[in-house]
Design a binder for this molecule. Structure first.
Ligand SMILES: Cc1cc2nc3c(=O)[nH]c(=O)nc-3n(C[C@H](O)[C@H](O)[C@H](O)COP(=O)(O)O)c2cc1C
Length: 482
């Protein structure tokens, strides 16, 4: 039985509307910063998604901002009630992706693929015919791909990769953007295609269904088309590209096909980034040459606006990085109770709950996660025991401030891999993707006698059960609200 999910952007927009998480903007909006500024403000106030019906200069196109920038929208995308608590959303992701069931993609005919309703090839291809927004003030150009996925295939293993790698429009048939060398597409392009001087076919999918977006964002260890099937509980419907043997989700809004070119780079950036800063300088970056564009009639282009929290990249990357870390630690037999990253940390800080069954467990956890595929993306690990609720910011701040010894509890990991986007890193460190890391071990030492361990003074800990029950059952009688 498939899970409840939305097959395309349009069904998802309708579901957001029904839940009260959408605002339909009929008034004309300008692609040159106005649309971006609206989405930025929506992210900062955690507001409903704007659905733009009328874009200046682009009759026949619509746009949809901040598609997944809150936990409510994430819950809806997974077919759960909008107010599902975060631990239950995490449990749904883990249940689906750890089920061991495989759902390969289902190939559909071209005639049954809405993304082929309009096909543009050859000289007619012009990226400026699509409503690429100037997302932020200060951006180095118009970014077409802000909430999208790029499909690629490993030339040796034939493994499929979906990932999000931003793309700026350079000219009518060219886009440009960074492809970090340790990302899955980076490994395919920089270490296979470039040395062989072979172009790499790509397909940029704009306006995929929300679960495909979650899959593309996730640092999954299996091909994302199958990962997406696991989230859906059935195979995702895919159709062959017009000009390559890549396959794309049949119900997506816009597809851009072409080659990533080895041996040439063009200037890209600056751009507002997920850290909440503009960090990358304008520099030569990876070039995408476009051969073909296909789209649905009246396409709806999603638009993410990266900046200070909370945008969908921060929310979904925090969500999936934490949960993929949880799987990794469990696979090593570490008795962890949960892993969580607050989106507000822009996936830089992770909290790990564990049973403190032996001395050194916090360092073991830190070594595993810092050294994993996920390592470059974050640099602060906080390890707490079962007394702290990892989803509760107040409790985690309290644990760091009271249980982490300023000398014995803080462990530095120098000269690790980081990203070139870390705002705290020096320009030199950024150039080299150097990232130091820190562990906050918030576990009281195991060798302390039970009587040496401070008792936590909280409602739950220091009152007898009968007193707590009496207080809770009389709460509203005392005059308090529930
Ligand atoms: C909105 C968004 C934009 C991103 N842009 C880039 C990018 O321009 N370059 C890059 O290398 N990674 C970028 N990332 C991170 C990759 O998407 C991420 O590494 C990939 O999707 C999944 O990880 P994997 O390739 O390690 O499996 C971005 C992520 C998000 C959510």
């Amino acid at each position: 039985m498939p899970y409840k999910y939305y097959k395309d952007n349009r069904e998802f927009i309708k579901a957001l509307d029904e839940a009260g998480d959408l605002v339909t903007v009929e008034q004309e909006v300008d692609w040159d910063m106005e649309m971006g500024a609206i989405v930025r403000r929506v992210c900062e106030i955690k507001g409903p998604s704007p659905y733009f019906k009328n874009i200046k200069d682009y009759e026949g196109f619509e746009a949809f901002g901040a598609p997944l920038a809150t936990y409510r929208k994430l819950a809806i995308s997974l077919g759960l009630p909008p107010d599902t608590p975060i631990p239950e959303i995490c449990a749904a992701y883990l249940e689906r992706t750890e089920s061991g069931k495989s759902y390969p993609p289902v190939i559909v005919d071209r005639a049954d693929a809405p993304c082929k309703e309009v096909v543009i090839t050859g000289d007619d291809v012009n990226l400026f015919d699509l409503p690429a927004p100037m997302v932020h003030g200060g951006d180095g150009g118009r970014y077409l791909s802000t909430w999208h996925m790029i499909v690629g295939k490993d030339p040796d293993t034939q493994d499929i990769n979906w990932g999000m790698y931003r793309q700026m429009v350079f000219d009518e048939k060219t886009m440009v953007g960074p492809v970090l060398p340790f990302s899955d597409m980076g490994k395919m392009f920089h270490y296979k295609h470039v040395p062989r001087n072979e172009p790499m076919p790509f397909a940029t999918v704009i306006g995929m269904d929300p679960l495909a977006g979650i899959a593309a964002c996730a640092p999954a260890s299996i091909p994302e088309d199958e990962f997406c099937g696991m989230l859906m509980g059935e195979g995702v419907e895919m159709v062959k590209c017009e000009t390559s043997d890549l396959y794309v989700p049949a119900h997506a809004e816009i597809i851009i096909e072409g080659d990533i070119l080895p041996g040439i780079e063009l200037e890209e950036a600056p751009f507002g980034e997920y850290t909440g800063y503009r960090t990358s300088p304008r520099e030569p970056r990876t070039v995408y040459r476009v051969r073909c564009i296909t789209y649905r009639k009246k396409p709806i282009m999603p638009l993410s606006n990266m900046g200070v929290p909370t945008d969908e990249g921060q929310l979904l990357r925090s969500f999936s990085l934490g949960l993929e870390m949880e799987k990794l630690l469990k696979s090593q037999g570490i008795p962890i109770t949960g892993v969580y990253m607050w989106p507000e940390s822009t996936h830089h800080l992770v909290v790990i709950g564990t049973a403190h069954v032996y001395t050194g467990i916090a360092q073991q956890i830190a070594n595993l996660i810092f050294g994993s595929k996920l390592g470059p993306w974050f640099h602060m690990a906080v390890v707490v025991d079962e007394e702290t609720d990892i989803y509760n910011k107040d409790e985690v701040i309290h644990a760091i401030s009271t249980r982490c010894h300023p000398i014995d509890g803080i462990h530095l990991y120098e000269n690790h891999l980081g990203t070139p986007l870390n705002p705290f890193a020096s320009p030199e460190e950024r150039k080299k993707s150097k990232g130091s890391k820190v562990l906050f071990d918030c576990l009281f030492p195991r060798h302390w006698k039970e009587s040496d361990k401070p008792i936590m003074v909280s409602f739950n800990k220091v009152y007898p059960e009968d007193v707590k029950e009496k207080v809770l059952s009389n709460w509203t009688n005392y005059g308090f609200k529930d």
